[in-house]
Ligand binder design. Structure first.
Ligand SMILES: [Zn+2]
Ligand SMILES: [Zn+2]
Length: 67
């Protein structure tokens, strides 16, 4: 990721971007392995990361936790 390209002085660091503040409601579901490793999970029944390693892809359903 190269966000800091030279010659780009457009003042993009301001907080004036409504889309930047928006948090997508749909949280991408990641399997346990991807979560633990902070990998990008594709959300498949057996995600690419697990498939590569030939490990069981386990999804833990997140139910609303009672406070
Ligand atoms: Zn995964
Ligand atoms: Zn997985």
């Amino acid at each position: 990721m190269s966000d800091n390209q030279a010659g780009s002085h457009q003042g993009n660091a301001g907080g004036n971007d409504p889309e930047a503040v928006r948090i997508p409601r749909r949280t991408p579901m990641a399997c346990q392995f991807c979560r633990g490793r902070k990998l990008k999970c594709d959300g498949r029944t057996t995600c690419a990361n697990c498939e590569r390693r030939n490990i069981p892809c386990i999804y833990v359903p997140v139910s609303d936790q009672p406070k």
